[in-house]
Ligand binder design. Sequence first.
Ligand code: HAM
Length: 423
Amino acid sequence: MSKANQIQAPKGVSEYLPPQSRKFESVRHALLEPAKSAGYELIELPVFEDTELFTRGVGESTDVVSKEMYTFEDRGGRSITLRPEGTAGVMRAVIEHGLDRGQLPVKLYYSGPFFRAERPQAGRYRQFYQVGIEAIGIQDAALDAEVIAIADAGFKSIGLKKYRLEITSLGDSASRAKHRVELVKFIEKLNLDEATRTRASINPLRLFDDKRDEIKDQMASAPLLLDFLSAESLKDFEDVQKHLKALKIDYIINPRMVRGLDYYTGTTFEFVHELLGAQSGIGGGGRYDGLMAQLGGQELSGIGFGLGIDRCVLAADAEGISFDQEFTSDLFIIPLGDESKSRALTVAQELQNAGFRVEISFGDRALKGSMKAADKSNAEYVLVLGDSEISSGTVELKQMSTGKTSSVTLTSLKDYLRSVSGK
Ligand code: HAM
């Protein structure tokens, strides 16, 4: 086929092919394990949802909703959107299936692809991968600290060191209302274009997140929400910090942090990697008090995070972390002739079921080609299975690293491999 005929992946998507996909798998595993250890359970949700879930849940002032959603009409004329994040979908499912009527908090973890039509660059993709957790139904600073600790444990287990944790509090609704009055007054006096004013009228906090110098300069003296926290919100924020200290998790307070999604209240946090340049957020999350009610459920608070698997892979590379990712097979079987193929399949099946990684040389290759394939797959042992081996029931097992051969009967192969591999 000519090159012009070939189809390429859509612009800006991340893909993981072997051998790099092993790194992806290791990173995802490292990020998921701490959540499982803390009693979170898997929730697997559709990658597309009713568009209204995100406009209502994530918020219309956000870039995610206003500019970055992959929205289309399905064949039934419904407006569908590829999920740009996971929290709204989890909340939809919790409400729809009444999970909040059982034991609280409802503790769920998920991982999978998410979609945002952003301008692609290193670490920013249109399809990317997250590991996330949500703990719904209990308002407790200790839970906030545990959620942060779970993310931190994931990063540590990858081996990451050069990252920092930034936290702040968006307070309760009374704190935000008080701050909003002052912030709106402050913003009224600024020199802003129409679009920015409109954004600010939906959520004035957005202006703290504006990357343009002229806005940043004007916002330098803006009133900060942290200075408006009610006594209760302040106590809560101090408790979170006390627990983080007990857990020996370092953090800095960033009172200007604005998360890209509108549902946050109370504790919010971001993990920032120091070697990743512009797209340095490797994970973030926080509390969301009003989201459940906003989506038609009861008034329950929740907290969670989303960790970027793609960015963690990049961060691991940037820190020179190598994974134990040599692909090795325990045994490579080379069948000679048609009869021996069936036998090779059954021998491999038995050994695979016993936990060994076993490969077969397929496709009637000459012995030399098969030996090369065995070498490439880094197999520990190789055996040739021809008519004479089948009739005698004995094979020559060759250890690839030493070239040593041993005669082993087919019936004792499993025990032999067990004794030499310790599996
Ligand atoms: P988020 O901060 O929008 O939060 O995304 C979480 C993480 O996903 C980011 O820190 C980043 O590592 C990764 N990420 C986001 N966008 C991209 C992209 N275009 N390309 C590559 N990686 C990306 C949320 O999504 C919330 N749902 C987290 C949460 C859960 N809050 C409460 N519960």
